[in-house]
Design a protein around this ligand. Structure first.
Ligand code: ADP
Ligand code: ZN
Ligand code: ZN
Length: 735
């Protein structure tokens, strides 16, 4: 067979190789379109692939070419614009195409499952079911009674899953269907609920809606700056109403799962429809149904976390990225994309507006406003004449502290509780103590695979490595000197909560961190309890800092942030000032004026003072000026080559060679490219592997990209390169 007679199909495979793979099309097979799945043989095994392009010839020798085994989809899985976005993604991020495509699909479609309509997943009561005496039934069959009560209105599978919070309900449903008390119905009926009209907008909100609403039929990127509690969500909802009225769909992104229920509830009440949710805690079946409903245009509003960004929506008319500054939008492993940045690109390709909302916008976005690429709208006032909370800096030097708390802080907590208010204590460290140490010889319990201290979780009674999740039992005596005097050093949320509970025995002290919210719906349950409004103390990590609306909190206490004031990471102050502003923003959102207490050893730290006196935007302006001076992002572009290996020598050799290649390249092209490193990553060792980075930076994004295109294909050929795992991090957020 001469290769002229062959049609070559270029296929993306979910393997960590940044290339497409050639297969030939058997003569009796119809040519599949780009974006369709095909079955191919790879490394001797059957594998799913995605058609990217067609060609007339291949560099692979004809005898070695394998055929496409089968075409799975008749039509592409993605719309033309989403397909274009995905192609842009793998090029921009220098990431293997197949892995990008797999990320953009619900798990079920990463395999061979046909993209068919899922079975109906909504139910209602029949007349017989509706006339059942619930009280009687609940004695005999409490589960059936509970399900009938939950179906007082027609409800979808998603709704029931939420309602029963992980408890099983499907077997009960089956028995009720058998009794003909319950029947399946189309999901459309479920959506019919009367929307509740919202509050009348403040003049600032009104202006923002008008400014952004002017261009609902074309691309524009709007940065909505609104201080905490200024009613940004109301602005989103108004814009959503207008978009829906034009017959289009709305995509809303939040940085973490914990914020989905709150937004979903508001969308449901205000728009009178059940939003489709897309996040990683859903079962594969739920993900697929969500994807399907969105891709048929049936779902009007999609609310998702990072990966929800890739939901297929044929009539997308508005994209909203709430808390756009949040670093959770950046994926921190595998494909390290920024969901915020890709959302802006998506809106651009779909030709619809995108709104980035935040009380603490990223410097990147503010810079884009300065250059005119983004429009700027702002809400400077809180709603309902609420004033912004007042700050109080408490100096820790030479003070006596108990479990990290100053006497003055304790008095303020006590006063707030007496005033029937709630208190929030923020501490970005979970567990009881971050270190346990032998008082006799100084030995401390470290993770052998990461060389960092392990955290003592006292109630669970084990040591955890917060970097690699390794777990150990707590030693009874010092392994080095046999002393029994092992002491916890420093405080985590568990320790502070325990101490506060001793001090305020009558008041519920509630811990809110990854350990106490692991169970499904645990976070939502805790917050629902808090919203009932009884006095309590919430002790939590940054999970507490994000977007939650807790009207009874009048005091926020912030502990242990001093380390960030002197970090070598040039983004540390930006991140800290966002965090402080967000935590402070949880306070005083109800009737009572809010107070924020910050304990520090450095009350005169210049940037801290500027943040408290002049506010976030003012500090952001100064930080931007410094970045410009130092030619740091957003005034330059960075790519971080991350490498890790079990073999430190191979790692060092490979990176040193790469660094010299990069420097040569920079010289040869007389370019602006700067090469920093190789240097150890901030997490220099993780799970037994040594980690190093090489940083490339240029004031020209084009040039940086071009250099990567020259350097990256050579990675496997570096000396020691095959023993090294690489990750390319475009616009890294951490070292
Ligand atoms: P943000 O997202 O800016 O922190 P939210 O949109 O969550 O603020 O609004 C905070 C609270 O104020 C919510 O309970 C919301 O219903 C209420 N709210 C928003 N806009 C108004 C308004 N114009 N009048 C009265 N209440 C409002
Ligand atoms: Zn010892
Ligand atoms: Zn570890």
């Amino acid at each position: 067979m001469s290769d002229k007679s062959l049609t070559i199909i270029k296929v993306a495979l979910a393997v960590p190789l940044n290339q497409l793979f050639d297969y030939y099309l058997p003569v009796d097979m119809a040519t599949p379109q780009p974006g369709c799945r095909v079955e191919v043989c790879f490394s001797g095994r059957s594998k799913i692939g995605w058609v990217v392009a067609q060609a007339n010839s291949s560099k692979v020798a004809p005898a070695k070419l394998l055929p496409i085994i089968a075409v799975i989809d008749e039509r592409p899985l993605w719309s033309a614009s989403l397909w274009q976005l995905l192609k842009w993604c793998w090029s921009y991020y220098h990431h293997p195409p197949g892995e990008v495509l797999a990320t953009a699909l619900p798990p079920l479609l990463r395999g061979f499952k046909a993209a068919l309509a899922p079975e109906t997943q909504a139910w209602r009561l029949t007349q017989a079911g509706a006339s059942e005496d619930l009280e009687k039934l609940s004695k005999r069959a409490p589960k059936q009674a509970a399900l009938i009560a939950a179906l007082s209105k027609p409800a979808s599978a998603e709704h029931l899953a939420e309602h029963f919070a992980g408890a099983s309900w499907r077997p009960t449903l089956r028995s009720l269907e058998k009794k003909a008390w319950v029947e399946a119905c189309s999901s459309a009926i479920v959506e019919a609920a009367a929307p509740i009209s919202g509050p009348s907008l403040s003049s600032e909100q009104e202006r923002a809606v008008v400014e952004i609403g002017q261009s609902l039929d074309k691309y524009a990127c709007h940065l909505l700056y609104g201080v905490t509690g200024s009613g940004k969500t109301e602005v989103y909802l108004q814009l959503a109403v207008q978009t829906l009225a034009a017959g289009k769909q709305v995509l809303m992104l939040v940085p973490e799962i914990g914020l989905v229920p709150q937004l979903a509830r508001r969308v449901q009440q205000r728009l009178g429809l059940e939003p489709v949710l897309v996040h990683s805690a859903q079962s594969p079946g739920q993900r697929y149904r969500a994807w399907y409903r969105a891709s048929t245009g049936d779902a009007k509003v999609v609310i998702g976390t990072r990966s929800g960004l890739f939901t297929q929506m044929p009539k997308l008319g508005l994209v909203i990225v709430d808390e756009e500054h949040d670093s959770a939008y950046k994926q921190q492993d595998h494909w390290r994309y920024s969901a915020r940045d890709v959302a802006v690109k998506r809106a651009n390709l779909e030709n619809c507006p995108v709104v980035l909302g935040s009380a603490t916008p990223s410097l990147e976005s503010l810079q884009n406003v300065a250059t005119g690429r983004y429009q700027f709208s702002q809400l400077q006032q809180r709603v309902n004449q609420q004033v912004m909370p007042a700050w109080q800096l408490l100096e820790m030097r030479q003070q006596s502290v108990t479990e990290g708390l100053l006497p003055e802080t304790m008095e303020l907590i006590s006063a707030a509780l007496e005033n029937q208010q709630q208190v929030l204590v923020f501490l970005n460290r979970r567990g009881y103590a971050p270190v346990i140490m032998c008082h006799w010889c100084g030995w401390q319990a470290d993770c052998e695979r990461c060389d960092i201290p392990m955290t003592w979780h006292r109630r669970a009674n084990h040591l955890d490595c917060h970097r690699c999740d390794a777990r150990k039992r707590v030693p009874k005596k010092c392994p080095s000197c046999d002393s029994l005097d092992l002491r916890p050093l420093g405080e985590g949320t568990e320790r502070v909560a325990e101490f506060l509970q001793q001090q305020f025995p009558q008041t519920p002290v509630i811990r809110f961190d990854r350990d106490t919210t692991r169970r499904k719906n645990a976070a939502a349950d805790i917050l629902t309890g808090v919203r009932e409004g009884k006095p309590c103390i919430l002790v939590g990590t940054q999970m507490l800092a994000k977007g939650h609306h807790l009207p009874k909190v009048s005091l926020a206490v912030i502990l242990n942030i001093d380390q960030s004031l002197f970090s070598t990471d040039f983004r540390a102050i930006e991140k800290l000032s966002q965090l402080l502003t967000q935590v402070a923003g949880r306070s005083g959102r109800g009737q009572e004026k809010g107070l924020v207490v910050l304990q520090t050893y450095h009350p005169r730290h210049a940037q801290l003072v500027q943040l408290l006196d002049a506010g976030y935007l003012s500090l952001a302006k100064s930080m931007l000026a410094e970045r410009r001076q130092a030619e740091l992002p957003p005034y330059s572009y960075q790519a971080m080559l991350r490498a890790e290996s079990l073999d430190p020598v191979a790692l060092n050799t490979a990176l040193t060679e790469l660094a010299s290649q990069a420097s040569k390249l920079a010289k040869a092209q007389a370019s602006q490219l700067e090469v920093y490193g190789p240097m150890p990553a901030i997490q220099a060792r993780r799970a037994g592997k040594q980690r190093m980075v090489l940083l490339l930076q240029s004031i020209s994004r084009k040039e940086l990209d071009a250099c990567l295109r020259i350097l990256l294909p050579g990675l496997p050929a570096l000396s020691g390169g095959r023993k090294v795992q690489w990750a390319i991090d475009i616009s890294p957020q951490e070292i």
